[in-house]
Write a protein that binds this ligand. Structure first.
Ligand SMILES: NC(=O)c1ccc[n+]([C@@H]2O[C@H](COP(=O)([O-])OP(=O)(O)OC[C@H]3O[C@@H](n4cnc5c(N)ncnc54)[C@H](OP(=O)(O)O)[C@@H]3O)[C@@H](O)[C@H]2O)c1
Length: 313
């Protein structure tokens, strides 16, 4: 009888508890890092979100690594990733749909002036002067037109917004204007009343949400970042809001997470803070991805969603 593949799961306890049972029932031998004793040389596969430094390098027989999340910066910003080992990221319709609800919610909140109306209600003011605009008058620009960005763009287009996207390669989605490459970033920004970041965090995209970027947006633009905290310079966001260049921001991700108690973002009246929960990987879909991926690796078949390690996504 051939040996069952051995998978090492390294994740915060809350996640590990969700994933451990269904994985154990999938025909593999599971070891939970920090809970089970294991011999490093016997581990075939690893599953994690942000592996502890040195862990993956200490597993000499690794055949592949699976990411619990869509973003793989938690593996690749760590310079000790064993680059010869394939890295598979999590891609799932449910995750993209949940991300779209976050992006649509905050786009609508800004477009409909909802914060100002809530404030007026608390003060008992009948703020009829703040008339809503039509959706086609608000231009939404999406940084990153991948799995998630494309679905968000389609949902916003279907609501009537004027939507454009920026990516490395040119896209051809119906009714969505495509800007491609660094050369077109400036013209993309100049026509984005709402800027939504859905980029992967890579060498090229790190700190892209900075003062220079904000200065190229129309005055009074709104920022939504649901990608990674490493994309943003928080002091630049606050300065741009305080100067009126940005009207406000909805942020799900932060330079440091959890967001430190001392951060001025918590109490800024024009910033919405959410605790990195725009979308959470669905345990059932993740388990399926891992078990299916392992079965394919074992049979020597191609595996979907393998990351280009040099490119960083
Ligand atoms: N907050 C949360 O709860 C949460 C949940 C899930 C995911 N996320 C974040 O969302 C990110 C996006 O996920 P995804 O699945 O949509 O990623 P993806 O499918 O890999 O798409 C990435 C997109 O970014 C573009 N891109 C990458 N580098 C670029 C550059 N230097 N210049 C211009 N465009 C660039 C790519 O262009 P090409 O199409 O031309 O390659 C692609 O369109 C993840 O990496 C993760 O950080 C956050």
């Amino acid at each position: 009888m051939s040996k069952r593949p051995r998978l090492l799961l390294s994740a915060p306890a809350y996640w590990a508890n969700l994933w451990a049972d269904p994985l154990e029932q999938g025909g593999i031998d599971l070891f939970v890092y920090g809970r089970d004793a294991f011999q490093p040389e016997t581990i075939d596969y690893a599953l994690s979100f942000r592996p502890p430094p040195g862990l993956l390098k200490s597993l000499p027989s690794l055949k592949a690594v699976f990411s619990l999340g869509a973003g793989v910066d938690g593996f690749l910003t760590n310079s000790d990733y064993p680059k010869h080992v394939p890295l598979v990221r999590f891609v799932d319709d449910t995750l993209s749909r949940e991300m779209a609800t976050y992006v649509v919610l905050h786009t609508l909140m800004f477009h409909r002036n909802q914060r100002a109306l809530d404030d007026a209600q608390r003060k008992g003011i009948w703020l009829q002067s703040m008339l809503p605009r039509r959706t086609e008058e608000t231009r939404v620009g999406i940084l990153g037109m991948g799995e998630i960005g494309t679905l968000c763009a389609e949902r916003l287009r279907d609501l009537g917004f004027a939507v454009s996207g920026w990516s490395r390669s040119r896209k051809n989605a119906e009714g969505i204007k495509s800007f491609a490459g660094d050369g077109e970033l400036g013209s993309f920004l100049a026509q984005s009343d709402i800027l939504v970041c859905l980029l992967p965090l890579t060498r090229e995209t790190k700190a892209i949400l900075n003062a220079k970027t904000f200065a190229q947006l129309p005055r009074g633009a709104f920022l939504i970042n649901a990608a990674r905290g490493g994309h943003q310079i928080e002091r630049d966001i606050i300065a741009a809001i305080d100067s009126g260049q940005l009207a406000g921001a909805a942020l799900d991700v932060f330079e440091a997470e959890p967001l430190p108690e001392s951060s001025p973002l918590w109490n800024h009246p024009k910033i919405t803070v959410t605790p990195h929960i725009a979308a959470i990987s669905d345990p059932t879909a993740s388990v399926h991805m891992v078990l299916d991926g392992i079965a394919r690796f074992e049979r020597g078949e191609p595996v979907p969603n393998v990351v280009d390690i040099e490119r960083g996504y």
